[in-house]
Design a protein around this ligand. Structure first.
Ligand SMILES: NC(=O)c1ccc[n+]([C@@H]2O[C@H](COP(=O)([O-])OP(=O)(O)OC[C@H]3O[C@@H](n4cnc5c(N)ncnc54)[C@H](OP(=O)(O)O)[C@@H]3O)[C@@H](O)[C@H]2O)c1
Length: 278
């Protein structure tokens, strides 16, 4: 792994941080993104100290904003010509509808659309690496996107909107996997299971309470999820896996997200939005 370059978003806490730490043990170059420079630098130093791997760095990126994603990509491109593994992991769970400066609902922008933009802007570097892997962190999703109101302007429920972002990631993953098949790039979604993190700390009240119960009695540690995610990113046995939702190293079913018509529709809508904003 010494010559590999891995970019992971949302590695300042939870599953992303645990994954970055696990990946750093392999000796690969790890680039994390962080919306808070200070937090990013603390995590970088912590990972360096624990693993002895000095090739860890942080690039500033507020993934809810297209301009910030573009700046982060430019910083990456200025330093590196290839990208072996891209892990789109960052997410938020809001308790109300918030809008970004781009006019997008914040969970749509951060959880899903940032993955679409970041991946597109880094395609050249991914193609330049032999057998690159893209992993989009998601979950089994049961709520279909509402194409007539993707930004939740007419009707909004925070829990449903969050669930939709996870469905959008799955739809995007399957479509992208097909499109990149001939390029030798694999694309998978990863479901970490229930993990003890702060993801639900700003979620609607009842979900927050449920999250506290789950964190106390059911959820596993971020280290376990990080190990599974790091394995998917690096192990030889996954090199031909593509277009799958993976949990604990095994493909699982993804309900309606396997509908190709819906995948194509979301792709077209996202591309139109990207052309407007990038
Ligand atoms: N925890 C679970 O049980 C569970 C289950 C299924 C799926 N997942 C998925 O796992 C992934 C990681 O979540 P987690 O549970 O580890 O949550 P977490 O601890 O809250 O981590 C979320 C990460 O995303 C970053 N982030 C949020 N908004 C951002 C923005 N605008 N720009 C840049 N970075 C941003 C956070 O940065 P800050 O440190 O700056 O806040 C943090 O590093 C998510 O995709 C989540 O949906 C989690």
């Amino acid at each position: 792994m010494e010559d590999k370059i891995i970019l992971i978003t949302g590695a300042t806490s939870g599953i992303g941080k645990a994954t970055a730490l696990e990946l750093a043990k392999s000796g690969a170059k790890i680039v994390i993104t962080s919306r808070n420079n200070e937090k990013g630098n603390i995590v970088v130093n912590e990972i360096k100290k624990i693993t002895g791997n000095k090739k860890i760095e942080s690039i500033a990126a507020d993934l809810s904003l297209v301009s910030s994603i573009k700046n982060a990509v430019n910083s990456f491109k200025a330093r590196y010509k290839k990208l072996d593994v891209l892990i789109n992991n960052a997410a938020i769970f809001n308790n109300k509808r918030l809008e970004t400066a781009d006019g997008l609902e914040e969970m749509f922008a951060t959880n899903y659309f940032s993955q679409f933009i970041l991946t597109h802007l880094l395609l050249k570097e991914l193609k330049a690496a032999k057998g690159a892997r893209i992993i989009n962190v998601s979950a089994p999703a049961f709520t279909k996107p509402r194409f007539e109101d993707l930004q939740g302007k007419k009707k909004f429920n925070a829990a449903i909107a969050f669930g939709i972002t996870k469905a959008e990631i799955l739809l995007f993953t399957y479509e992208l996997a097909r499109r990149l098949l001939s390029e030798g790039i694999t694309v998978n979604a990863f479901h970490p299971g229930l993990v003890k993190t702060g993801l639900l700390s700003k979620a609607p009240f009842f979900i927050k309470i449920m999250g506290k119960f789950i964190n106390t009695f059911i959820a596993k540690s971020p280290e376990i999820a990080g190990k599974h995610l790091a394995e998917l990113a690096t192990l030889e046995k996954f090199k031909n896996f593509s277009g799958q939702l993976i949990n604990k190293g095994k493909p699982i079913k993804a309900t309606f997200a396997s509908e190709t018509r819906m995948q194509k529709k979301l792709w077209d809508e996202s591309q139109e939005l990207m052309l407007k904003l990038v």
